[in-house]
Ligand binder design. Sequence first.
Ligand code: PEP
Ligand code: MN
Length: 341
Amino acid sequence: MDIIVLRQDASEEEIRHVIKKLESRGLKSNISKGTERIVIGVIGDTAKVTEEEEDAFRAIPAVESVVRILKPYKLASREFRKENTVINVRGNIIGGKKIPVMAGPCAVEDETVLMNIAREVKKAGATFLRGGAYKPRTSPYSFQGLGKEGLRYLADAREKTGLPIITEIMDPRDLDAIMEYADIIQIGARNMQNFRLLLEVGAVNKPVMLKRGLSATIKEWLMSAEYIMSRGNQEVILCERGIRTFETATRNTLDLSAVPVLKKLTHLPVAVDPSHGVGKLELVAPMTKAAIAAGADAIIIEVHTNPEEALSDGEQSLKPDMFADLMLELKRVAEAVDREI
Ligand code: PEP
Ligand code: MN
């Protein structure tokens, strides 16, 4: 027994009754009130629930049906929630008709540089500022990020431009600081299966963007989203950022087919990061357009005022003028697929 569907007109008292009954069997619940039905997700060891116990739930008048979900993730599944999840971040909607564009440097490097980039991306029409203060670098000798100082610069840039910020968490010990400054918490590809970290961000009240692991299947990725959701946080955005394949012409292989696949399997919004997906400047624009055509709900893209001098990912960072040109083109692609930028 994984989900319990209630009649749309079930009263609060009836809903509480079902929750209490689940609790008495050591199970927790997660309620989703859609336009057509109320669904209770059953959290815990649901495999242990016997057929007789299931029947006892079916006998409750407010219960319409009791369903087993064969997939290993349920809160993230379309079966659990038919409507798309819509996330509101300071008035900016993710998962609606309008496609938010999150832009900024790979890493926060310096106060002035960040402010200039923030002003440029805002002018071009970006709706979020991205930038890492804690950087997951492959080499321990590469720039590791400014830490808390970087978070403060991001918050300053938000204050000056009005752009909400998305930034990466690598370690639960930084959660308090990230909670103080970030509007969206990013879990990077390398931490997609850092389950303790996922559980930590699952317990806070802030949207999480979960990037696809370097070699993760879509199913594994959705199970990672489930880790976050199982702790209560339902505001998860998935982000395709390319996977490792045998191909060497691009940094990663941007799996755009993941977008329509995910739209079918889950109600969560799907973002695409073409910058890390291709790793090369000239390939970013065509793949961003393709991402929008494929149905992406959000785009995250690296922009730097001086890519040559960038402390990380300069080779895939767009200059502000290129970004501004791309934004104009994206508007036309979005219109063609009945979306807006
Ligand atoms: C990033 O967004 O700069 C980043 C490190 O991304 P990923 O985790 O996808 O490699
Ligand atoms: Mn980067």
